[in-house]
Each structure stands twice: as C-alpha cells, then as structure tokens.
Design a protein around this ligand. Structure first.
Ligand code: DX5
Ligand code: ZN
Length: 218
C-alpha cells in the first residue's frame, strides 16, 4: 500500500486556521491529524469539539482525531458529531479498551488506539483484529516539535510482523518528530501513515514538504 500523510494541525497558525486548512485541501495530504489534549492525560491543553467541528467543516480530507484525554469514552459521540472520521484513544487512558473500540465503531467512525513510547506493543495483542488504526507515539505526547524516539522503529517492525502473521488490516500510524530526515526509515520498518506537524507547517513551503513526504518510495 502507498503510505499516507497526515499533517498535524497542532503546528498550524491558529490565527489563520482557515487559510492553513485550505492549504491542506489543495495538497497531497491524505488525512488531517487533529490533536485533542486535556491537560490531564498530557501536560498541555489544545482544543475541543467546537474547534474540531469548525476545522472539519472547512477540510475536505479525512479527519483523524487523536484524543490525548483521560476517559475518552465520555466524549466519543461528541467528536464523531464534530466531524471525526477516525477516532484514536490512548490505551493508557481508558480502563476498558475493547469496549471503547466498539463504542467508536458503533458511531460509524474508524477506531484507532495509540500507545506512548514507554508502552510495550504487547498491550495491543488482544485487540489487533478489532482496531482500524494503531498509532505508535514516537515522542511523549503533549507537544509538537519534539525529537523522534528511535526505539519506535523496532516497535514498528514487530507490530508489522504480527499484523502480517495474523492477517490483520489495521494501519500503523507514527506520530511525533516525523520528517524527511527519518520518514524513509519509518516506512521501511512498516508504517502506513506518517503524522507530520512541524516538518510540514514550519517548512518554507508546506505544500512541497507534503509532496516530498508523499513521494518517498516504500
Ligand atoms: C504530540 C501530537 C503530535 C504532534 C506532532 O503530542 O500527538 O501529533 O502534533 O507534531 P510534530 O510532527 O511537530 O512532532
Ligand atoms: Zn497526534
């Protein structure tokens, strides 16, 4: 499968959100990655359903909502109503992951599960068949612009092996510190979706940055 690019709106200019979303609309990006932070699960607060709704209204790409919030099961339906196509929750943030995955699917959204850099992929062993997306965090969540943690590469390789062996269709998404300097290695290891915040929005020409990430063979 050709890999997908999901620019993270967290790195956009919030004073010019509509302009930046229109740039994404006209780009080769596949998804818009939307980071929701609650100041509890992660040490930062971003935005909630109303802002996501406005973004979704203006955006013609798949809306990939990454919930970095405690007890995400309380807010699944409202993020779906706001326009999420994919809803990803953290394994560390919900007590009944299997139930939460099916709660997401019930809304009609695709279900994703994310794990932090220190969390072993083994925690996902019993939900591999249930999820549509597995997001491996390659930085500690909470902020954009951090350095890629290279141990993520071996997690990707093992996860890819498991998915192939078990004939699972879940996609592997890598989130944090992704850019042209490491994208090839990440794709070689077996990733399907690259989230890119700073490397797109802080680039001299974001459209070209997206084009280059998309053009990487793999
Ligand atoms: C981190 C977020 C990421 C972040 C990526 O908590 O989940 O999606 O926006 O930003 P960069 O690409 O700048 O690391
Ligand atoms: Zn994210």
């Amino acid at each position: 499968m050709n890999h997908l690019i999901a620019p993270s709106i967290l790195a956009a200019d919030f004073g010019n959100l509509q302009r930046d979303i229109e740039m994404i609309n006209g780009s080769q990006a596949d998804w818009l990655h939307v980071d929701v932070m609650d100041g509890s699960f992660v040490p930062n607060i971003s935005f909630g359903q109303n802002i996501v709704k406005t973004m979704a209204k203006h955006c013609n790409k798949i809306i990939d909502v990454h919930l970095m919030i405690d007890n995400p099961e309380k807010y699944i339906e409202s993020f779906k109503e706001a326009g999420a196509d994919i809803i990803t929750v953290h394994e560390e943030a919900t007590n009944h992951l299997h139930r939460t995955i099916y709660q997401i699917k019930e809304t009609g959204a695709k279900a994703g599960v994310a794990i932090n850099p220190h969390t072993p992929i083994q925690v996902l062993e019993n939900v591999l068949e249930d999820v549509d997306l597995i997001c491996l965090m390659s930085v500690n969540p909470g902020f954009g612009g951090q350095k890629f943690i290279y141990q993520t590469l071996s997690k990707i390789r093992t996860l890819r092996k498991w998915l192939t062996e078990r004939n699972c269709t879940a996609m592997i998404e890598i989130d944090g510190g992704v850019g042209l300097q490491n994208a090839e290695k990440i794709l070689e290891a077996g990733a399907d979706v690259l989230v890119a915040g700073s490397s797109v929005f802080k680039a001299e020409d974001p459209l070209v940055a997206i084009e280059r990430l998309k053009a990487i063979p793999g």
